[in-house]
Design a protein around this ligand. Sequence first.
Ligand code: HEC
Ligand code: HEC
Length: 458
Amino acid sequence: MAGPPRTPPSVWGLLLACLALPAAAQAPRDAFRQPDAPLGLEFRLGESVFRRLWVEAPSSTRHADGLGPLYNARSCQSCHPRAGRGPRPEGEEPPAALILRLSVPPATPEQQALLETHRASTIPDPSLGTQLQPLATAGLRGEGRVRLRWHTEEKTLADGTRIPLRRPEPRLEGPAAPGRRLSLRMAPALIGLGLLEQVPEAALLALADPTDRDGDGIRGRLNRVWSQAEGRVLPGRFGWKAGEATLADQNAAAFSADLGLSTPLRPAPWGDCTAAQPECRAAPHGLTPHGPASAEESEVEPRLFALLTLFTRHLAVPPRPPAPGPGVAPGVGREVARGEKLFASLGCGACHRPRLPLPDGRAIAPYTDLLLHDMGEALADHRPEGEAGGRDWRTPPLWGLGRVAAVSGPPGLLHDGRARSVLEAILWHGGEALPARERVRALPAADRAALLAFLDSL
Ligand code: HEC
Ligand code: HEC
């Protein structure tokens, strides 16, 4: 047999891992892990990188080591189960998928210049870096623990229905730092991202209205961030504050900060260990046992990184249920159609845009504008990221919303997972979205149900 000897052994390992993957049948829980094009094996190889459990270096499983020294989880899949959202936070202990981002205000003219030129989006905490990693490899200590303190309140709708709301406040156990800023972030579902990556910048700029020239109270703005992949400043698209420009940038950042693994784009094998953590920087890493660092480019080989990025670029958005017509229960279809009209008339579509163009002339229905909006004090994290201020968040896409629970269990919606239902998520809207929220509060129960039926159909 003409065995291809040039295929690195790691790829054969992946092939074996692929055979062990659950069949790609369309069970509801698999709704977010389908390819949007006939990519065959490459897609599933990418998925096995996504699911791979990385191990500490040095290890005999040479192509799967390099985890840490500091890390949040051992695989991408641990936080994005089946490419879905992380589990809903409950109680004091946050799930691994709810990470804590850290930063400090700029303290020197150099740091100020880094921010102003968009070379950096935040200034990392001098002792803990950009993110809290509670876990560490053998012989090292994690960076401490975060505890959630829940604050509760209640909102009353116009028809008298009372909705209890809860909001987590992160409390960091461990060394204090002056001016430290904290931001809780829930792992989102990963569908349709390759399409969002393609929306032309001009189309987004056409939706932006930072000074509210049209007087509708909506002031969307693009974030501007440094792309290591492209070597220039680009519009931010990914993350809750649009802090990453491309999927390659986002995935390299995830490998580095969440798993402590280096990639060609983020070559430091110690991930998020700071200069104040010398024992962490000196710990064994995935390149150590195999010779000098220059012998291999990074702990995650370029080919595996490329397969993973292909996987994240081609996760399909599940098809929506058919519109009312022959064979569809007319009642349900009609309620959804009515809800869709309400979504537009209440002003949701001013941010959750139902239509964005692609360069090839096709259009997509992501229900986002990829822009930043001031969402008011109740959602604020007071931690700026690039052009995004402390009250700003990027409109999250709503496609697939109705499938989230089937894929990964009861969802925690919004950036910190606080909302236990779509209605709760809407009731937290403030700032530019305050009028839309108040219109929802004033709706008669039947209209509210139609709006929620529409959102559940996405
Ligand atoms: C410890 C949990 C955790 C792990 C492990 C993790 N992620 Fe994430 N992921 C998150 C969180 C939290 C966010 C939102 C980050 C933000 O707001 O900046 C995110 C965001 C993303 C996004 C952007 C999604 C969007 O809609 O903007 C992508 C793509 C992504 N992750 C891919 C990956 C890949 C690939 C891996 C493995 C290399 C990975 N993640 C590992 C928690 C995790
Ligand atoms: C001014 C822009 C804006 C308007 C108007 C707006 N939203 Fe949002 N929406 C956002 C942003 C930004 C977030 C994320 C906030 C956060 O996570 O803190 C969000 C989050 C959500 C979420 C949670 C999504 C998730 O993945 O967690 C839902 C559901 C939602 N909005 C529905 C609606 C509906 C329904 C309306 C109309 C009543 C509406 N929104 C109006 C900007 C807007």
